[in-house]
Write a protein that binds this ligand. Structure first.
Ligand code: 13P
Length: 288
């Protein structure tokens, strides 16, 4: 059964480790992540962006697929199904569809509007037993070929959003989605420290987990990060393994074109990436 992410992240913050949010795109992704979490006895959060939700057919299709896999694969570790960077309307749709957690990304609104919309969604999410993540300070990344650097959050604004009763908070600390550019200045631990001082026990979220060096990940966890989002890295390992299979001509040998064979190396590569991240984040063995 799906659970909200509140308990697993409270435990992670208190235990000085982080739970990975791995974004899903299809059945192979979801199966690989769930099986790895089960094997490593790790709690896990499945992230679904609005675009990926649409790609998979819609939020009901996603909920049906995930619940079916939990049952058929006998997944007995805590799993949350979480909307990633949700719009105001998207959050309501996921609450209705059966997600167990949502993120409202109001970071592009003026702070007063972010506060007002987050307040309403906290009530709606908690009323149905879901956890809710909010965001302050935008997270950079590539958009139409332009790479924006992450913007650091204002710790006072973080405190204002934290006080609304959100369960965990994404604060921009110079992190960006996708690959980090050569001239990236690194995470702002000064900002993270200031945010954690003002928000106390609240679990903090680090987006843009792909490509952040291990020492920075460990330092971020020490400063209160309890959830780390990874998306691009699974896509890169899936693509590399699939490319290798095709370049070696394996799709041309026997029934190598069967999707169950063609997609298998990519699915195995996702498992390896998820395992590596769970080990780095320290969530292995924390499911029980
Ligand atoms: P990456 O794609 O950089 O791993 O970021 C994932 C993320 O933060 C999803 O919200």
């Amino acid at each position: 059964m799906l659970v909200s992410a509140t308990e697993m992240l409270k435990k992670a913050k208190a235990g000085h480790y982080a739970v990975g949010q791995f974004n899903i795109n299809n059945l192979e992704w979801t199966k690989s992540i769930l099986l790895t979490a089960k094997e490593l006895r790790s709690p896990v959060i499945l992230g679904v962006s609005e675009g990926a939700g649409k790609y998979m057919g819609g939020y009901h299709a996603v909920v049906g697929m995930v619940n079916g896999l939990l049952k058929d694969l006998d997944i007995d570790v805590p799993v949350a199904l979480h909307l990633d960077h949700g719009s105001f309307e998207g959050c309501y749709k996921c609450i209705e569809a059966g997600f167990s957690s949502i993120m409202f990304d109001g970071s592009h609104y003026p702070i007063d509007e972010n506060v007002q919309k987050t307040t309403e969604l906290v009530k709606a999410a908690h009323g149905k037993g879901l956890s809710i993540e909010a965001e302050v300070g935008s997270i950079g990344g590539e958009e139409d070929g332009v790479i924006g650097m992450g913007e650091c959050a204002d710790p006072k604004e973080c405190k204002a959003i934290a006080d609304l009763g959100v369960d965990f908070l994404a604060a921009g600390i110079g992190n960006i989605h996708g690959k980090y550019p050569e001239n990236w200045k690194g995470l702002s631990f000064e900002t993270l420290d200031a945010v954690q001082q003002l928000t106390g026990e609240l679990p903090l979220v680090l987006h843009g987990g792909t490509g952040i060096p291990a020492d920075m990940i460990k330092k971020a966890i020490n400063l209160g990060v309890a959830k780390i989002n990874v998306n691009t890295e699974c896509q890169l390992s899936f693509a590399a393994a699939t490319r290798k299979y095709i370049e070696e001509g394996k799709d041309q040998q026997g029934k190598g074109f069967d999707p169950r064979k063609l997609l298998a190396p990519g699915a195995e590569a996702i498992k390896a990436t998820v395992k590596e991240k769970m080990e780095l984040f320290g969530s292995v063995g924390k499911a029980d």
